[in-house]
Design a binder for this molecule. Structure first.
Ligand code: DGJ
Length: 725
């Protein structure tokens, strides 16, 4: 009888939940209910329950339309809004079929939704990256109507979050002040994260957020959902908290000025919205994203990054044979691995001596560099370092040979004078035009064909899309420009990557204007800001690390006084901050004082020894520089927990403010660790009382350690190695 009852129970379970689809990762589940002929329902996203019945029995099943459309839902916010050729503005999508494709660690589930009346279809796709608890979701919109359908809004995803005390963490800022962390409680109403620059989408905000579900966010505890839109263009993420305290997040390309005329059979694929769910606070969410990004999203994400010297703040536009050679020689002599020649190396008819000319004329300036790029490569080879250079291939100047030849290649309205950017001459090339795409691809291709040993390119973009008009797109498709520009860019990058998978590319856009997952599949790393002041950089890097891994974070030591802020910062502090990411330098090495050169040499050697942990380890944030605590600290831990590196900084000394205890995280409680200070000023002389001491992971993570950070600009880097008998 018991057996029979159990049998009946199981049958009942199966029949009730048979229409459920579970997009499952290692510890999380996104549950949808799909019944043929009915709308697709979003039921749950969170930690995997023991049994699906728990979601329903607890009453927290969400029952929301998984991809809400306009026209049949009253005033509800929607993800998709269209105008059919007959003028009807409604959509009523129901579930038709689904498919599941497994590949390696991923499982992709596609739900096909079909309008009840019109031959209009949406594939809603969920790709689960199981090991790292990440789910990507996007939509593919198409139709078979007789004429084009006008897409007015076309979001990537709709995400309902159960009622709670929701707090958002996101990034805000400006040029030379990027990635500031903002944390605020979400009250009823709508908050929007958006960008309309057209080219650079991460100066003022970033298409990324975290939501702490139940109160003020913590780095270590609590349920947190993180999201990031993989798009390099305009975006809009709207977070609506409704009258029942449900939070509804709609994320996608910003539809403003982007109505899209979708031809019959054409497929409009929206960018991926990346989601992760953590029960270990913000820290857990960041770690999920970092690991997933390194392993699955970023090109060559697990490859070790070279220590480089960039010439920009060292010589600015004053590039010439002598100073390039000297910089390479000096950098090699302190252990550097790669030299990058920044802006100012090109243009002959019009020399590039400032921002006023020559973009597009990508031939080496023979007056400045008579030995050409080959001469520079030769010099790099003799110094046993690699060589790279700066380009800004999507742009031109009205003073350039390119513009003289192809005025029809720039973005502009033909009946208006184009507004110009930098140097009052800069213009954006029309990447919707296949000929322009060929040209931009050719910038990289030609350089690489004639100089195969170029190891690195810094790809800059220093202008907004101010002249909204394409000379290539037809009259009725002008409103496609914001989208088509980035599709064009992506096409170019795909060609570059299929031909040059190992060329290291840095995404730069007036500093940190392009730190996004739309570009990271093509770019190995990003420049996070033109502000190189170590003190500012602490905050910028802290914000960046919320969503992006340390391996993509180009972090350069620059001169003191700093060129942006005038701040005088000790060389040790500057290095200790830059060592938190991909270490580099951005200065004239010959201007360093003797003790600074000696210090740089030791710091570079130190970084080489900790590089695998810093670039590939798991990040644990201990004390935020954004909390005005006058301290900052974080650590990286190797995945097998045998090694860790702790960074600690004093950002300001005010009277009677003793150092806090630093409670470590991420170690193995059952292992013991030997502590050693590294990156110290005088080689071999440690300043910490824990030098060489053996302390258990458990003690370090519960009682912590106290550190001698009793001066302004105090900083410490401490290595922890597993103690083995
Ligand atoms: C802006 C970048 O952010 C800088 O690092 C530098 O490369 C300049 N452009 C060069 O013009």
């Amino acid at each position: 009888m018991k057996k029979l009852l159990l049998g009946l129970f199981l049958v009942f379970q199966v029949s009730v939940y048979a229409d459920n689809y579970v997009i499952a990762t290692k510890s999380t589940s996104l549950v949808l209910e799909a019944k043929k002929g009915e709308r697709l329902n979003f039921i749950y996203y969170g930690k995997s329950p023991k049994n699906i019945s728990e979601i329903y029995d607890s009453g927290i099943a969400l029952w929301r339309d998984a991809y809400p459309t306009f026209g049949m839902n009253g005033g509800q916010e929607n993800a998709l809004q269209v105008i059919h050729p007959d003028g009807n503005m409604s959509l009523d999508l129901v579930y038709v079929s689904s498919s599941v494709v497994a590949k390696g660690d991923t499982e992709t589930t596609t739900f096909t939704l079909q309008d009840k009346v019109y031959p209009f279809k949406v594939n809603l796709v969920f790709k689960a990256y199981k090991a790292n608890d990440v789910i990507e979701t996007w939509s593919e919109i198409s139709h078979d109507e007789k004429k084009p359908v006008l897409l007015q809004k076309f979001a990537s995803s709709y995400l309902p979050i159960r009622s709670g005390n929701h707090w958002i963490t996101h990034l805000e800022g400006s040029f030379v002040n990027e990635a500031g962390v903002v944390e605020e409680q979400l009250t009823r109403g709508c908050k929007v994260l958006k960008n309309m620059d057209g080219i650079r989408n991460t100066h003022t905000s970033n298409p990324s957020f975290m939501i702490a579900l139940d109160g003020k966010p913590s780095e270590t505890v609590g349920d947190v959902i993180a999201g990031s839109l993989a798009w390099s263009g305009n975006y809009k993420i709207s977070l609506d908290k409704n009258e029942s305290n449900l939070l509804e997040i709609i994320s996608g390309i910003n539809e403003t000025a982007s109505q899209y005329s979708l031809a019959p059979k054409e497929v409009f694929s929206t960018p991926e919205m990346i989601l992760t769910y953590s029960t270990e606070g913000k820290g857990g969410a960041s770690r999920n994203l970092h690991k997933w990004a390194r392993e699955s999203k970023i090109i060559n994400g697990t490859v070790s990054k070279d220590i480089l010297l960039n010439s920009w703040e060292g010589v600015y536009f004053n590039v010439n044979q002598q100073n390039m050679n000297e910089m390479m020689r000096d950098f090699a002599s302190i252990g550097g691995e790669l030299f990058v020649m920044d802006d100012g190396w090109f243009g002959n008819k019009y020399q590039r001596n400032g921002g006023e000319s020559s973009l597009g004329d990508w031939d080496v300036c023979v007056k400045k560099l008579p030995g050409g790029i080959n001469g520079l490569l030769e010099c790099a080879k003799n110094n046993k370092i690699k060589f790279g250079l700066w380009i800004e291939p999507e742009m031109t100047n009205s003073v350039s040979e390119l513009y003289d030849k192809h005025p029809e290649w720039i973005l502009r309205q033909t009946n208006r004078e184009p507004s110009k950017g930098r140097g009052n001459t800069q213009l954006v090339l029309d990447l919707t035009n296949p000929k322009v795409q060929d040209f931009v691809f050719g910038v990289v291709d030609k350089l690489m064909i004639s100089h195969q040993n170029i190891a690195y390119m810094k790809w800059d973009a220093n202008m907004s899309l101010v002249n909204y008009g394409s000379q290539y797109l037809p009259k009725d498709k002008q409103s496609h420009l914001y989208v088509e520009f980035h599709r064009g860019l992506r096409k170019v990058l795909e060609r570059i990557r299929s031909k040059y998978p190992n060329l290291v590319l840095q995404a730069c856009a007036s500093g940190g204007g392009r730190v996004n997952y739309g570009l990271l599949p093509y770019f190995d790393e990003a420049w996070t800001s033109d502000n190189t002041d170590a003190m500012q950089r602490l905050n910028i890097q802290w914000g960046t690390l919320c969503f992006y891994p340390s391996s993509i974070m180009a972090s350069h030591v620059s001169a003191s006084p700093n060129h942006q802020t005038g701040r005088v910062v000790p060389v040790k502090f500057r290095f200790d901050v830059a060592m938190m990411g991909r270490l580099g330098m951005e200065m004239q090495p010959k201007d360093l004082k003797e003790y600074e050169t000696e210090y740089a040499k030791r710091a570079i050697a130190t970084y080489k020894s900790i590089r695998p942990v810093v670039q590939q380890g798991d990040l644990y944030k201990l004390i935020s520089p954004c909390d005005n605590s006058q301290f900052a600290s974080l650590m990286y831990v190797a995945s097998n927990k045998s090694r860790a590196v702790l960074f600690a900084y004093r950002t300001l000394y005010l009277k009677e403010q003793p150092s806090p205890r630093f409670i470590l995280q991420g170690l193995d409680p059952d292992k013991s660790y030997v502590l050693n200070e590294i990156g110290n000023l005088k080689a071999g002389v440690s300043t910490i009382s824990q030098e060489g001491k053996i302390i258990s992971g458990k003690f370090l993570m519960t009682q912590g350690i106290s550190l001698p950070l009793d001066k302004d600009y105090g900083s410490l880097v401490i290595e922890l190695n597993e103690y083995k008998l």
